[in-house]
Design a protein around this ligand. Structure first.
Ligand code: FE2
Length: 364
C-alpha cells in the first residue's frame, strides 16, 4: 500500500467564531458539560481577540470573539453568524502536512508558524476549505502546556458536569450547488482521503427536500467528513436553507460520540437543550426495521433517540436544534454499537422533522 502522505492522529480542536465568546463558553460548559481549560483575552495580553478553550474527553472547542470592530473575525460573524471557522487536525509534522497538501493543490490559508512559550513549541499551518472554513494542522509533540502558546490555563473552575461526550465521530459540510464532487476530489487528491459511502437524491428525498451526500475518511478512519449538496426538490431543502443563512458553504453539524446516549440526552434535555423530534409512528415501525436492541424502545421514544442498523451492528443518534440564532450549525449525539454507517435509515424521518421546523421558520 502507498504511504499515507497525510497521517492524522485525529481532530485537534474545532474553532468557532462567535459573537459573544464569554456567553457561548457559559452555554457549552453548563449545557453540554465542557470544562474551560484555557483562555486568552485582555487579561493575557491578547488585545484583539478573546478565546475560551473548552474540553470534554477528546473533544476540544475554541470559541473566539473580536474585542473591537473592523476585524476579520467580526467580518466572518457578520457574514456567517456564529459558526465553525477552523477544523484543526492533529499531526506529527505540520510543515510536511502543509507542504504535501499544498503540493497537491490546497490553497494556502497561512504558512507554517512556530509558537513558543515556556512549555515548548507548537507548529501550526493552514489550508483553505469550502466557504471561509479552513483546516489548521497542529503539531504539538514538543509542547506540554494546556493548549497553545498565547493561552493561559484556567484553574479556577466554574461548575461543570461532563455528560459523557467522548470524541468527534464525524463533521458534516454543506456545500453549494454542484460543489460536492469538487470537495470530494479535494479530500481524495489533496488530503489522501477515500470515499466510504455515497447517497444520491433517491436515497435522501422527501416530498419537498432532496440532497446528495458523500462520506470521506482519512486512512486510519479517525477523521470523517460527510459532504452534502442540495438537490432539486419541490421546496427549499434544508441544505439550501443552511446555505442561505450561513452565506455559503460551511460546517452543518458536529457529531459527538457517547457511550450512553440515554444518559447524555436525558441530561441535555433536563438542561434545556432542544432536539429534533420525529413523530411517534417512527417508533411503532422501529422494531420491525431494527430487530433486537439493548435499549427499551419506550425510553428511546420518550427522548426522541433514533436507531439505525447496518451489516456491522446498530447505532443510536439524535440531532439538536440549531445552536445559534441562524438555522445553521447543530450537534449530533451518536452512540455506535458496531454500526459504522451514518444513519441512512433515519434520513427520511429526520428530514420530514426538519421540514416541519422549516415550515415554522417560514423557510420551506
Ligand atoms: Fe451526522
Amino acid at each position: 500500500m502507498e504511504k499515507d502522505f497525510l497521517p492524522l492522529n485525529g481532530t485537534d480542536h474545532i474553532e468557532l467564531y462567535v459573537s459573544n465568546a464569554k456567553q457561548a463558553a457559559f452555554f457549552y460548559q453548563n449545557a453540554f458539560g465542557f470544562e474551560t481549560i484555557a483562555y486568552k483575552g485582555l487579561g493575557t495580553g491578547s488585545k484583539t481577540t478573546e478565546s475560551f478553550v473548552l474540553k470534554q474527553d477528546k473533544i476540544v472547542l475554541v470559541l473566539s470573539s473580536p474585542l473591537s470592530g473592523g476585524t476579520a473575525i467580526g467580518q466572518h460573524i457578520d457574514k456567517h453568524g456564529d459558526g465553525v471557522k477552523n477544523i484543526a487536525l492533529w499531526v506529527d509534522d505540520a510543515k510536511s502536512a502543509f507542504e504535501e497538501t499544498v503540493k497537491r493543490g490546497a490553497e494556502i490559508d497561512f504558512e507554517p508558524l512556530k509558537l513558543n512559550d515556556e512549555n515548548g513549541e507548537i507548529i501550526i499551518a493552514g489550508i483553505k476549505l469550502y466557504g471561509d472554513t479552513a483546516h489548521v494542522f497542529v503539531e504539538r509533540k514538543n509542547y506540554n502546556g494546556v493548549f497553545m502558546p498565547g493561552y493561559v490555563g484556567v484553574t479556577k473552575q466554574l461548575n461543570f458536569e461532563p455528560i459523557g461526550l467522548k470524541y468527534i465521530d464525524h463533521m458534516v459540510a454543506n456545500v453549494d450547488w454542484g460543489q460536492m464532487d469538487t470537495w470530494v476530489n479535494f479530500y481524495k487528491n489533496t488530503m489522501g482521503f477515500s470515499q466510504l459511502i455515497s447517497f444520491d437524491d433517491k436515497d435522501i428525498s422527501t416530498d419537498y427536500t432532496a440532497l446528495m451526500s458523500k462520506v470521506m475518511s482519512n486512512g486510519n478512519g479517525r477523521v470523517k467528513f460527510p459532504i452534502n449538496e442540495p438537490a432539486k426538490g419541490k421546496k427549499k431543502s434544508q441544505v439550501e436553507e443552511y446555505l442561505q443563512f450561513y452565506g455559503g458553504s460551511g460546517v452543518q453539524h458536529i457529531a459527538m460520540a457517547t457511550d450512553n446516549i440515554i444518559e447524555t440526552v436525558t441530561t441535555l434535555q433536563n438542561r434545556g437543550i432542544d432536539f429534533l423530534k420525529v413523530p411517534s409512528s417512527y417508533y411503532e415501525e422501529l422494531k420491525d426495521r431494527i430487530g433486537k436492541i439493548d435499549e427499551e424502545i419506550k425510553v428511546l421514544a420518550q427522548l426522541g433517540i433514533l436507531v439505525d442498523r447496518d451489516e456491522d451492528g446498530y447505532l443510536l443518534q439524535i440531532f439538536t436544534q440549531p445552536l445559534q440564532s441562524r438555522p445553521t450549525l447543530f450537534f449530533e449525539i451518536i452512540q455506535r454499537k458496531g454500526a459504522t454507517s451514518f444513519g441512512k435509515g433515519n434520513f427520511k424521518a429526520l428530514f420530514e422533522a426538519i421540514e416541519r421546523e422549516q415550515a415554522i421558520r417560514g423557510t420551506l
